[in-house]
Design a protein around this ligand. Structure first.
Ligand SMILES: NC(=O)c1ccc[n+]([C@@H]2O[C@H](COP(=O)([O-])OP(=O)(O)OC[C@H]3O[C@@H](n4cnc5c(N)ncnc54)[C@H](O)[C@@H]3O)[C@@H](O)[C@H]2O)c1
Length: 395
């Protein structure tokens, strides 16, 4: 890449921050400028290779804001650290592309952007669920091709998702938000599979069940499955929201798909490698009444051969967090992580959800803390007091 491929903001700033893609909104640049940063933003829409990342740091770089599409290996993080960087800040909530263990060994904090993606990504999963079940993309293609010749009783019949059984694999932030939307909106019984108990979600659904009974309706139920197979066999809709780790790679393969109901819907808006995509393509080809909605792919931006030819699969290009509010919020949090580390501020509270990161998103002076550093505890970075910060904390 040449110098023309980079935009420089606040050229006189004393900390050099490399940003590997243009980000939406203006607030993130204000935060970095206020922290005396010279911000160098790549104009490229191509995914930067590790060699390009290292060339961008050169021999002096104080911080980098990078993307989930890039590979941040031990070698690249080492080069960033050697260039003098105090933080790698990822523009995403997931960070399976980052060797966090290596960053921790290097003493390098790794930031992410939890909270602002939760409802947005859960809504996309809901959209994919219904697009697949109600054959929205097929209907769209029929209209555009001029093939609609009048209403017919048997045309494009799909599956009714109401009072059916919902399976959520990974009931963390996004999975629990999706579960609530589907259970409350469509009165579904929930089965979830997670290595952790989600007591808050279980209590929420128990309260909702009591509410339904109070209104003279049948309650909904919620249970945690002991095994993934148990969930797969029981559910009409299965949505995947677990983190990608070595353990969850290909969590859903040919055998798991075979354990599902013949007319079930599967959705993946987590990370592509959780599903064996070639096995999914084979399963969808062999079972035309089975349906899938995919936001993420095993080898993005590529897709498994044959997937695009299947009418029972709905495909979107990794749009989970693609709302203006969320993408601007992610930029703000990524920049706030950088600004806080460069200024020596402590860590914010645990930052699991939106309520926790809201104070960073308004127009007022943000809290004097880093919103989310994933290896903060391993690095022994101090945390701000658990209660909401007072005016004095912020001075
Ligand atoms: N499509 C998108 O644009 C998009 C947007 C946001 C998040 N994501 C992805 O969605 C996923 C969930 O994000 P989140 O913010 O809810 O994360 P989270 O950490 O809150 O939730 C992940 C859940 O997965 C569970 N889990 C981990 N290993 C598991 C296993 N072996 N079996 C079952 N469950 C397991 C965890 O216990 C946790 O509850 C992440 O992979 C993230 O990268 C994608």
């Amino acid at each position: 890449m040449t110098e023309r491929d980079w935009k420089v903001v606040n050229p006189g700033g004393s900390h050099r921050v490399v940003v590997t893609k243009e980000l939406p909104g203006a607030r993130w640049l204000q935060l970095l400028t206020a922290a005396d940063c010279r911000v160098e933003v790549s104009r490229s829409t191509e995914i930067l290779s590790e060699a390009e990342l290292r060339a961008a740091f050169g021999d002096h770089c104080d911080a980098a804001i990078g993307q989930l599409t890039e590979r941040w290996s031990a070698e690249t993080l080492g080069a960033l650290r050697a260039a003098g960087a105090a933080i790698y800040s990822q523009y995403a909530v997931g960070y399976d592309n980052v060797d966090v263990a290596a960053a921790t060994r290097l003493g390098l904090p790794v930031g992410n952007t939890p909270g602002v993606l939760t409802e947005t990504t859960a809504q996309l999963a809901v959209a994919l669920t219904f697009a697949a079940a109600r054959r929205i993309a097929e209907g769209d293609r029929v209209m555009r091709a001029g093939e609609y010749h009048g209403w017919l009783p048997g045309m494009l019949l799909g599956a009714l998702i109401y009072r059916a059984t919902l399976g959520v694999v990974g009931a963390g932030r996004v999975g629990a938000a999706y579960a609530r939307m589907m259970v409350e909106g469509h009165k579904m019984d929930l089965v979830y599979y997670d290595v952790r108990l989600n007591a808050e979600l279980e209590a929420y659904i128990a309260d909702y069940a009591a509410f339904l009974v109070a209104h003279g309706e049948q309650p909904v139920t919620c249970r945690r499955a002991a095994t993934l197979r148990e969930l797969l066999g029981a559910c009409d809709v299965v949505s995947i929201h677990a983190t990608l780790t070595e353990e969850t790679r290909h969590l859903i393969g040919a055998l798991e798909l075979a354990a599902m109901k013949e007319e079930a819907v599967i959705v993946n808006a987590s990370r592509g490698p959780l599903v064996d995509e070639a096995a999914l393509a084979r399963h969808c080809r062999a079972h035309p009444r089975f349906r899938a909605g995919l936001d993420v792919y095993e080898n993005e931006p590529a897709m498994a051969p044959g997937l695009a030819e299947l009418d029972n699969v709905v495909l979107v290009p990794h749009l989970g967090s693609a709302t203006t509010w969320t993408r601007e919020g992610m930029a703000t949090l990524a920049a706030a992580n950088v600004a806080a580390i460069l200024r020596g501020w402590p860590m914010w509270r645990a930052a699991p959800g939106l309520e926790d990161v809201l104070p960073f998103l308004g127009d007022e002076e943000p809290p004097h803390a880093a919103p989310s550093i994933v290896n903060a505890d391993d690095l022994g970075l101090p945390r701000i007091a658990a209660q909401a910060p007072t005016k004095e904390d912020q001075q």
